[in-house]
Design a protein around this ligand. Structure first.
Ligand code: FE2
Length: 174
């Protein structure tokens, strides 16, 4: 399997200050923001690259600023569905637990390293849908079954579109 670093999510305290800094100082654009699971915490996704829905994300759940940073998770992309299965099998072989979550635009596995750092490995789907989205997916599905399930599950959600169309929209966003 080949893992490419995709994005990092940090826990933050003040979304206004953080959005201001990452947009005005560093030149990121907000790609989406909303409440995880409809109830919270709030999450803000930012990117400078239309090929990456978010290069960095911020989950508004940090309570204090005592330490220099607070990592929520690091995410790695794999280019094939089979590599997701490879990661799953490697985790199962060592008795690591994992959570299979689908964001509509990805089929992801979330798991912790031995010191509790959260990691995500994901495979892109051909679609975009407004974020955040989370549904558990059945890792026993084949790639075809999984992609059909994703389309059925998310096609009625806001902004559901082909990923290429959503990339064009993001490039033109001011
Ligand atoms: Fe993620």
């Amino acid at each position: 399997m080949k893992l490419e670093v995709s994005h990092t999510i940090l826990n933050i305290k003040d979304s206004n200050i953080i959005i201001e800094f990452y947009s005005k100082v560093l030149g990121f654009k907000v790609s989406d923001q909303g409440l995880i699971g409809g109830a919270g915490p709030e999450i803000i996704f930012m990117s400078q690259d239309e090929n990456e829905h978010h290069q960095i994300g911020f989950s508004v759940q940090r309570e204090n600023l005592d330490h220099s940073t607070q990592l929520n998770h690091i995410s790695f992309r794999v280019r094939t569905f089979d590599e997701v299965q490879e990661v799953k099998n490697a985790l199962e072989a060592k008795d690591f637990e994992y959570l299979p979550l689908c964001h509509g635009n990805s089929l992801s596995l979330y798991f912790n390293d031995p010191e509790g750092n959260t990691l995500e490995v994901f495979f892109d789907t051909p679609w975009h849908v407004i974020q955040p989205q989370t549904e558990i997916w059945d890792t026993n599905m084949t790639e075809d079954e999984a992609l059909k399930w994703v389309e059925l599950t998310f096609k009625d959600k806001p902004d559901f579109s082909k990923i290429e169309d959503s990339k064009k929209e993001f490039v033109n966003r001011t």
